[in-house]
Design a protein around this ligand. Structure first.
Ligand SMILES: NC(=O)CC[C@H](N)C(=O)O
Length: 360
């Protein structure tokens, strides 16, 4: 039998005892919850979760193992995993490693045996909260004091964005993919449409981007607060009228900020694989993959050249915008899925069409 050797301590003083797995290290992070039933490998390796401890509401995690192919980045930067139950003997034809051994290699701690329903209810009421997975014999009061005195990281985009530009050749449209902490799924979608991609760091200037003679610019997802990167927002302002732009998640927030809208932090965010989104033009609802803690303030769109195109069915928050004059659009959800449904995948085709039209 495993011993109750670890505890999850939250900033509000609550303590959840459990069983440690993965790396035996202590790392504080923002505790968030994800409601997807599958896709834990893509989720833990999504760079937008940088600095966060992920609670999986699905009660069994690790049951189909980890494989070489499903990483969204090969350098995951989450601060921990919280589960009801961890499967230590996965069974799947694609299984190559156990979640436990991979987390050990990646130096990421996990805790199982947690009442994730109660924890999730707490986060829903309180909002996302700072927490840490520590040894069960530590005094929780002291841990809480420590947690309170340490602030969560800022400027996370620069930690996960590529330092140098690189190419992924194709014969189709030339796309500058601005890496704000991109999931490889975005690259895969562009590759599958034969795009000729230049991936550039988050702080590339408008001039550097235009020097690549792009047909269009793709803005990726990314971690943390969108207001952390004023230089990227300034670059976007210069680029808006030059070439078609498509933004996903962080990219969507940055386009909105560049046009004068405002962003704010949601109480507990949207993280999962079945988030319904209403397309206001067609009346169609797409079921989407999402992972975001911030949102664009719908009221603030009034004074901009953006129009609201999509809203979340669950809480009526902003899920997409479009520029009134230029072929610039963005969504808060993930058309690249990984993990999650492929309903909105056609958005990549719209981006390709926008680039073709702009070329003609
Ligand atoms: N996946 C993302 O790009 C998330 C964007 C931003 N970090 C947020 O939490 O809202």
């Amino acid at each position: 039998m495993y011993a109750l050797d670890k505890q999850l301590v939250l900033e509000d003083g609550s303590v959840y005892k459990g069983y440690g797995f993965g790396a035996d290290v202590e790392m504080a992070g923002e505790v968030v919850f994800n409601t997807a039933m599958t896709g834990y490998q893509e989720t833990i390796s999504d760079p937008s979760y940088n600095g966060q401890i992920i609670t999986f509401t699905y009660p069994l995690i690790g049951n189909y193992g980890i494989n070489r192919d499903d990483y969204e980045t090969i350098n995951p930067s989450i601060k921990g995993i919280i589960t009801r139950e961890i499967c230590r003997k996965p069974s799947n034809f694609r299984n190559e490693f156990t979640l436990d051994e991979v987390l050990k290699d990646l130096n990421i701690p996990g805790i199982s045996g947690i009442d994730t329903r109660s924890l999730t209810k707490k986060i829903r009421e309180h909002g996302t909260i700072k927490g840490i997975i520590v040894s069960a014999d530590k005094n929780p009061q002291e841990v809480v004091e420590n947690l309170k005195s340490n602030s969560l990281p800022t400027n996370q985009i620069e930690q996960v964005s590529t330092k140098k530009a690189f190419l992924s050749s194709g014969r189709g449209m030339r796309v500058v993919l601005l890496d704000l902490g991109m999931k490889s799924g975005i690259m895969r979608e562009l590759n599958s449409r034969d795009c000729d991609i230049v991936v550039m760091p988050h702080n590339a200037t408008a001039k550097e981007i235009l020097r690549q003679k792009p047909d269009g610019i793709m803005l990726s997802n990314g971690p943390g607060d969108p207001t952390d990167v004023p230089e990227t927002i300034a670059a976007l302002r210069e680029l808006m009228d030059k070439v078609p732009i498509f933004g996903i998640c962080m990219g969507h927030q940055l386009i909105s900020l560049a046009c004068g809208a405002k962003t704010y932090k949601l109480l507990f965010g949207h993280r999962g694989a079945n988030q319904p989104v209403l397309n206001l033009q067609t009346g169609r609802v797409d079921i989407t993959a999402q992972n975001h803690g911030f949102a664009v303030d719908i009221d603030s769109l009034k004074d901009t050249d953006l129009e609201l195109t999509h809203i979340a069915v669950n809480d009526r928050t902003c899920e997409g915008v479009r520029h009134k004059k230029y072929p610039v659009f963005s969504v808060q959800y993930h058309p690249e899925a990984s993990p999650g449904p492929h309903d909105p995948n056609y958005l990549f085709d719209i981006f390709i069409e926008n680039m073709k039209k702009n070329r003609d």
